[in-house]
Design a binder for this molecule. Structure first.
Ligand code: ATP
Ligand code: MG
Length: 775
């Protein structure tokens, strides 16, 4: 243990060694907050604290898994296995399952995802005959969500004239009624939405003192990462649980609070000292993640915010390259710049795809990036957006499985009752819904009793409904006796889902079947994993729980090497050697929707701070002078945030340099050890060359003193590039050793050799940069 502690600096060691009593670590990005939290847990365990008594709440389940892994490495996996770790949602979903009966829920309650919630709200709006243009389902859900996260229940809402007035003023006087219907319908379906997982936990802890006491006693040491982004509901849970032992450790950075729009309350961090007695505050100042240029550029940004705690962030790392700023004409060109830069950096520095991240403000921006990456054959992965589990064909299978676990789940039932088509029409479903609401029962229960309720259905329809019930019940029997994989495989065949998809022979149709196969593989993997853990049967319910709470990041196994594309919000806490922040334009970033108040603008600025501080070695900021937005070509100005960075940390790339490919212009003898990629002669490969070359065009940046040597081509490399290398040649590479050329492709500056090295296998090298000798 001592070994791990001694790897930390003094300021980091102090909070690790702090055992009892409330504490807060406030520190800037990359200063080791998460690392301190991890080591502290291992340290507590080394002092004899039982893993069962430690709770750690993280921003993603992936972060929790990684932490657990590190802790296992230190204290051993048998010990670490019993730690309670995960997101608020996953930890409290687990607790709610074991206490569900107290709240009148079945322990197999379904967790509705946002799609389910939006669909249900749409249905309610329709049933209430309200105008969908005024009552936009997503907005209504947002409103309900903010009520729930502020612990305003339906009852509290109707007891609060101010809230009702506010809704009436915004021309939505029926919000309260929709809220009430929504809550009733979820309850009737045995379903909780994401916000319920926190709201109901609060309800559980406040209504049942013995339950509270039980969990207070269990969670004697509580740790919360990214505390700046907790909302009121989460705050209250943490307060209640830590009230008895007061062993609470929160870490956060007020400068990285970016979820206010979703109800996160930065005051939770600012007021922490007031909430607990004798709080010890720790500050970490040294950043270990990024270069000096990045750290200082980020500091100069956050300085512009008025609301902030005083903090210092510095680093002992190298200056590194400056933050590069690139302008392009269009978003398409921006994408091409990003893709070609990644490609060049990979070739030049032998980097993997996984070293690069492209971050944007809105998901829509990914398209231009994807197009460009695809053209260059650069593998990438998009996080966020429509997740795998929300794809139609996947969700169809999952909805059948949800019904097996909880047949009351109405959103699942409505989705699959007539898919694949089995002659149960909309009118029938409407009748069933009305009856279910009338009897305050689920649709499935109505269907089970279809003979006893007069819904004016003909005998054929009744038979179809009964068949459906029988089919689901037969799945339930299988579920009792077989593992989740067997069941899921059976369901996809028996329901006719696969046959239905097979009718579509287009590539899209085939891809859907492949996705279902991938889902089945995922289930198989899950079962194997479960077996490895504790010999569990691989029950369906556990898999479904995982799926319901999986964030996109969680699926990342990290074993395939891809460029990561995601919104800045999702990138919180992560780090990458090379980061592109794209779409640095006014109205996009800062977003047009977040500029009306100072506090909104400050949140955007914090978001930019988060983006920049993800980079370890090099950050690029790119913007386009025009881009398609909402189907229209719109002109844009560079983001104010670029100008807010102190000039000394920036390097502006001239567009002329990047629109065209160049070939080294000057013999290396003249310029010595200089980055050749900077010394280029115009030689267009794609696109149109400038119309008139007059000799007065802006020159590439030739200020040699400013340039730091990267891996300059050796003389032999440059010669090879000129003379040509052929398959069969045996070569020697500085790092990879001996190899045989197997293929040559491309021409001029793009010329590449595929070389099979004795050690390390086949690699593709750009001859312009490759350090090769023919032997
Ligand atoms: P963020 O605010 O972005 O969440 P953080 O404060 O949680 O950042 P970490 O992610 O814990 O910072 O650490 C940033 C990087 O610095 C990690 O790669 C971590 O391993 C490394 N690091 C932290 N402390 C040290 C140390 N004492 N010595 C070497 N590396 C360190
Ligand atoms: Mg962190």
């Amino acid at each position: 243990m001592q070994k791990y502690i001694s790897q930390l600096n003094d300021a980091q060691q102090e909070p690790v060694l702090h055992k009892d009593g409330p504490m807060i670590i406030i520190a800037g990005a990359g200063s080791g907050k998460t690392r301190v939290l991890t080591i502290r847990i291992a340290y507590l365990m080394s002092l004899g604290v039982d893993a069962f008594n430690i709770l750690a709440l993280t921003f993603t389940n992936k972060a929790a898994r990684e932490m657990k892994k590190r802790i296992s490495d230190i204290v051993g996996s048998t010990e670490a296995k019993n730690l309670w770790m995960g997101t608020f949602h996953s930890v409290f979903a687990r607790i709610l399952r074991s206490e569900a009966d107290k709240l009148g829920y079945p322990s197999n309650f379904t967790i509705y995802d946002t799609q389910d919630s939006v669909r249900l709200i749409s249905a309610i709006i329709k049933e209430m005959q309200l105008d969908r243009d005024i009552y936009k389902p997503k907005q209504v859900l947002g409103r309900i969500s903010s009520y729930k996260n502020s612990l305003i229940t339906v009852k509290a809402y109707f007891n609060n004239p101010e809230l009702q007035e506010a809704d009436a003023m915004s021309k939505k006087p029926r919000i309260g009624d929709i809220y009430q219907q929504y809550v009733e319908r979820c309850f009737k379906s045995g379903a909780m939405d994401f916000d319920d997982l926190l709201l109901k936990t609060n309800e559980l802890l406040s209504r049942f003192p013995e339950v509270l006491a039980k969990y207070q006693d269990r969670f004697r040491y509580i740790m919360v990462d990214e505390y700046q982004d907790t909302n009121h509901s989460q705050y209250l849970i943490v307060r209640a649980l830590s009230d008895r032992f007061q062993n609470i450790c929160v870490v956060g950075d007020d400068a990285q609070s970016i979820y206010a729009f979703r109800g996160a309350n930065i005051n939770n961090i600012l007021n922490f000292q007031k909430d607990y007695e004798g709080v010890k505050t720790y500050r970490l100042e040294q950043n270990y993640r990024s270069t000096k240029n990045i750290v200082e550029a980020a500091n100069s940004i956050i300085d512009k915010n008025k609301t902030k705690l005083d903090k210092v962030v510095w680093t002992a790392n190298d200056f590194g390259p400056k933050v590069k700023v690139h302008r392009s004409m269009t978003d398409g060109e921006e994408g091409r710049f990003v893709a070609s830069t990644i490609w060049e950096q990979k070739m030049q520095n032998q980097l993997g795809n996984g070293q690069f991240a492209i971050l944007y403000r809105t998901n829509a921006q990914s398209r231009a990036m994807e197009d460009a990456l695809r053209k260059r054959d650069i593998p990438y992965r998009i996080y966020g957006g429509l997740s795998f589990y929300q794809r139609k064909e996947i969700k169809d299978v999952l909805c059948y499985l949800r019904l097996v676990i909880n047949p009351k789940d109405e959103e699942a039932l409505i989705r699959v009752i007539n898919y694949p088509a089995r002659g149960i029409g909309d009118t029938t479903v409407e009748k069933l819904t009305i009856a279910a609401n009338h009897y305050k029962r689920s649709i499935f229960e109505v269907m089970q009793n279809i003979d006893r309720i007069d819904l004016k259905l003909n005998a054929g329809t009744k038979a179809k409904l009964q068949d459906f019930v029988t089919m689901i019940q037969s799945f339930q029997v299988i579920n009792e006796n077989q593992d989740a994989f067997y069941l899921a495989d059976h369901v996809t065949k028996k329901t006719g889902l696969i046959q239905e998809l097979k009718k579509d022979a287009t590539p899209e149709g085939i891809a859907k079947i492949e996705n279902i196969e991938e889902l089945l593989n995922g289930i198989k993997d899950f079962i194997e994993g479960q077996r490895e853990i504790d010999g569990a049967r691989g029950a369906l319910a556990e898999f479904m729980e995982d799926v319901a709470l999986a964030t996109d990041l969680d699926k990342d196994t990290g074993d395939d090497d891809r460029v990561a594309l995601m919104t800045i919000h999702l990138a919180k806490g992560l780090e990458f050697p090379y980061v592109f922040v794209v779409g640095m334009e006014e109205d996009l970033f800062p977003s047009a929707m977040s500029m009306s108040t100072r506090s909104e603008l400050e949140e955007e600025r914090r978001l930019f701070y988060v983006a920049l501080t993800r980079a370890e070695h090099q950050a690029y900021l790119t913007y386009a002078q025009s881009r398609y937005r909402w189907g229209k070509l719109t002109d844009s100005e560079p983001s104010r945030f670029i100008n807010e960075i102190e000039g000394q940390y920036l390097e502006y790339l001239s567009p002329e340099e990047t629109n065209y490919r160049y070939k080294p212009m000057i013999d290396s003898d003249i310029f010595g050890d200089v980055d050749k990629s900077k010394l280029r002669q115009m030689k267009p490969v794609g696109g149109t060359p400038p119309k008139h070359i007059t000799g007065n065009e802006p020159k590439p940046d030739l200020n040699i003193r400013k340039l730091k040597p990267l891996s300059a081509p050796t003389k032999t490399g440059a010669n090879l590039f000129d003379s040509g290398l052929t398959p069969g040649n045996i070569v020697m590479h500085e790092r990879f050793g001996k190899g045989e050329v197997v293929n040559i492709e491309g021409a001029g500056a793009d010329k590449k050799a595929e070389i099979k090295f004795e050690i390390g296998g086949i690699k593709k090298l750009l001859l312009r940069f490759a350090k090769l000798d023919v032997i």
